[in-house]
Structures are given as C-alpha cells and as structure tokens.
Design a protein around this ligand. Structure first.
Ligand SMILES: *[C@@H]1O[C@H](CO)[C@@H](O)[C@H](O)[C@H]1NC(C)=O
Ligand SMILES: *[C@@H]1O[C@H](CO)[C@@H](O)[C@H](O)[C@H]1NC(C)=O
Ligand SMILES: *[C@@H]1O[C@H](CO)[C@@H](O)[C@H](O)[C@H]1NC(C)=O
Length: 426
C-alpha cells in the first residue's frame, strides 16, 4: 500500500477542528508572531552524537556510544551548507528567521534577551529558559556569543534564586536566575525568568551553534529554586489570540515556529486533536500501537506513552518497534558500539505509523526517517546511513523528536492541553 506523505487513520469520528479565526495571515498586533527557520551551516553532529544527546537529556545510559571504526570509515561531513548561513533578520511582519543545523540535528532560533541577540534552541522537552552568559568562566565562552546581564538595562537579579537543570547524567546547566525582557519575533515578555548558568556541561560548550535553550514544556518541570518560574509560553499565553505554539519543521531546515495562531494555510484536512497528559511536565500522550510500512497495526504495551520534543532530533522508540522497523530495511544492522541501527544509504526506508492518543494514527514517511550518513562499509564500499529511529533503551517514555515532528504541522495547545497534528502544506 502506498501511503501519502502523512496519513491519519481515524478510528472514530474526529472533530478536532478548532474555531480560530480563518485568517491565513499571521497578525501584526503582537498577539501572534512567528519565528522562521532558515538553513544553517553544517555542523559535525552525526547520528550517534544526536543519539548521545538524546540519551543524556533523558538520563538513558547506553552501553557504548563510540562508533566502531573497524566496520566502516567515517566520511567527511558536507561543508557546502556552511555558506548558507546568514544572520537572521527581522522582517516587517515581525517574523524572525531561525535555523537548522545540517541533517536537522537541532533547530535553533534568534531571540533577544535584554536587547542582546542570541540563537536559542526551542525545546518542548524541558522548561527552563537559560543562556550562555558572562558569569561562565571566561575561558569557556571565548569567541562565542553570550548574554551579559551587566550590559542590559532591564535585567533584574532574583536574589537567592538558582536553577539546576540536568538533562541526564552528564548534561547540565546550573547557576543564577534573573528577570529580563525577552523578545521573540516582536512579541515581548517583560519579566521572563532567565537562567544564567555559572557552570554548564562540556556538551553545551561544544555546541557553538546554540547560545542556550527556550524551554517550552510545562512550567512544572522548571527547576528554579526556591520558586518555580513560568516558561515563555506560559508568560505570553494570555496576551495571544490563542494559547498555542505551532511548529512547522521541514526536513531541509526551512520552516518556522509560530505563537498565538493556527495558520490555516499550513495544513490540509483536519487537525487531529490528541489529549495531553501534562502531569509529568511533558507534552505526553498515549501511543498504544504501531505499523511498519503498509503492514498490520500491532499493539504496543511496553511503553504506552510518548512525548513531543522539538529539542531532540531523533525518534527514540520502544525496542520492539525499532526492531520491527529495521527488519523491513534491507541491509540494516544493529551496531552496538553506536547503540543504533545503520543501513546502506541506498536502502529504501518504509514509513512508520504510530498511534497518537486514543483515536489517531500518524504516519511518518520513510524519507523523513533517514537521519545522516555515518561512514563507508569497508567490505562493500557502500555509504552507510544512520536511522532517525532508535531505541529508547527501555525508558518509561518514547520520544517523538524532529524526525517525527517534521512530518506534520504540530500545534502545542495549552487548551486541554492538547497536541494537534495535521498534514502540512509546506
Ligand atoms: C545540580 O544538581 C546535581 C544533582 O542533580 C548536583 O550534583 C550538582 O552539584 C548541582 N549543581 C549545582 C551547581 O548546584
Ligand atoms: C558491511 O557489509 C557486509 C557485507 O554486506 C555486511 O555483512 C556488514 O554487516 C556491513 N557492515 C556494516 C557496518 O554495515
Ligand atoms: C482539543 O481538545 C481540547 C479538549 O480536550 C480542547 O480544549 C481544545 O480546544 C481542542 N483543540 C482544538 C484545536 O480543537
């Protein structure tokens, strides 16, 4: 069966159609705004690196993540995309360009904090807003863009407040907290709590593309002590037309985030409305089944939930799903040293259908599941690729990162709360 780019098999009658104003144009009144994404330069984020990041974020301890060079040789990453990077500009509609790094390993967006421009990663899988800043050791921030609170007229220390976010065993940021004015695409929050880490893990120092994170999970996950602080989305929600964030992530890195409006020109058909359980602070929903290619739907009872996470590149799924998937990929092998499946890049990838919520199934086309080239098989001379679907190593949740989200127009809706998914027009 040939599946269209995205497909919803609606088991029951859907009425996930919202009643937002039927205007395709983002408003300019500050009640909605969008953040565009443009292709950004290349980066050395290979599949295994993206996987390592995802694992550390969720505290998953893989056995070994060094890629095994005996089996295949690493190939140079493409560098052509490097020229494509240009400093994002504000346009008159209040939209902001943002960027993706090569292979969609991360999506970052420009934001101003206290008037200082920073490129930040929008992360629906965490709830702290923090920036690389002048309180970090000078040696660690040499040559990179940082926020300097003493050069901001609007910065206000929150005396005695600290934050300490740990994305896993080895990845963290911790330090002071203050309020400052944050502007994203022309929409402003005057007193946004900003973490000013005095210490960050090496993984953040190595990531020279992003200057910090905008946590867009639920405020419950916020780590500021002694009093939790609100996320940017919670702070801006009341002044928006609708308390929503939409993500239009596109595989080639062009796309946008938009706050406050559901743009009807960006999708076709109905928006499937998936009910969110925010009790753990995540955009978490039920996922009871899956299908590979046009195959039969199978029940999945080991890991019944998943979270939608724009801050993770891959899809980390229950082992039975991952194994069933790569069984359908010719030449796919599990390389334990990379903790992941690789396959000849010429292999055709089947689509993957996942249950989302209780009433819908969402299909990710095969071409979206391809993640990156990792090397050349010495025996066959074939280029070997790394898949965008990998194991969650038995974790409590499955993580639906960009490999999933870029197949859809996604609506993170605080009403409900709910997650809307629709077939994109872009
Ligand atoms: C942050 O929390 C971790 C434990 O979760 C602790 O080991 C670390 O010392 C804390 N860092 C700071 C700066 O408080
Ligand atoms: C390399 O190719 C050989 C022969 O097809 C195959 O057995 C082996 O699994 C491949 N190795 C990798 C890492 O793809
Ligand atoms: C989705 O459902 C929730 C209730 O579960 C509702 O509050 C919300 O408005 C719905 N969203 C849309 C876009 O229909």
């Amino acid at each position: 069966m040939k599946l269209p780019r995205t497909l919803f098999l609606t088991l029951f009658l859907t009425h996930g159609v919202f009643s937002a104003p039927a205007s395709g144009q983002p408003h300019l009144n500050g009640r909605s705004f969008r953040v565009e994404r443009v292709r950004r330069g290349s980066n050395n984020l290979h599949g295994p690196t993206a996987l390592r990041r995802a694992y550390t974020k969720y505290g998953i301890v893989p056995t070994d993540l060094g890629i095994d060079l005996d089996d295949f040789e690493p190939i140079a990453m493409h560098t052509a995309a490097q020229q494509d990077f240009s400093e994002p500009e504000l346009d008159q509609t209040g939209a902001v360009s943002a960027a993706s790094v090569q292979n969609d390993a991360a999506f970052v967006s420009p934001v101003t904090v206290g008037g200082q421009r920073l490129i930040l990663n929008f992360d629906t899988g965490s709830s702290d807003f923090w920036v690389m800043n002048s309180r970090l050791p000078e040696l660690e921030t040499a040559g990179r863009t940082i926020f300097n609170p003493s050069k901001s007229n609007t910065f206000q220390e929150i005396e005695g407040a600290t934050f300490n976010i740990s994305y896993g065993d080895s990845s963290f940021a911790a330090g002071d907290v203050g309020y400052d004015t944050v502007d994203i695409g022309g929409a402003t929050v005057k007193r946004q709590a900003i973490g000013l880490p005095t210490t960050v893990s090496p993984s953040f120092l190595q990531d020279t593309y992003s200057n910090g994170l905008v946590g867009l999970g639920f405020s419950k996950l916020n780590t500021v002590q002694p009093k939790k602080q609100k996320t940017f989305l919670d702070n801006i929600a009341a002044s928006l037309d609708a308390p929503v964030l939409t993500a239009s992530l596109i595989s080639d890195g062009v796309g946008e985030y938009e706050f406050g409006i559901i743009d009807h020109t960006k999708y076709v058909g109905d928006i499937a409305n998936v009910s969110i359980d925010s009790s753990n602070g995540f955009w978490e929903f039920k996922t009871a089944g899956f299908a590979v290619g046009g195959g039969p739907l199978k029940e999945l009872d080991s890991v019944p939930t998943a979270i939608a996470d724009t801050g993770t590149s891959l899809m980390l799924l229950a082992e039975d799903v991952v194994d069933a998937y790569y069984e359908q990929v010719q030449g796919a092998v599990f390389v334990s040293s990379a903790s992941g499946y690789i396959y000849p890049c010429t292999a055709e990838l089947p689509s993957l259908t996942m249950a989302v919520g209780e009433k819908h199934y969402a299909t990710v086309p095969g071409e979206f599941i391809h993640f990156s080239e990792v090397g050349v098989n010495k025996t066959t001379g074939e280029t070997v690729c790394y898949g965008g679907i990998q194991s969650n190593q038995g974790a409590r949740m499955q993580i639906f990162g960009d490999a999933f989200l870029k197949a859809f127009f996604a609506v993170f809706d605080l009403r409900g709360p709910s997650l809307g998914l629709a077939s994109p027009t872009y």
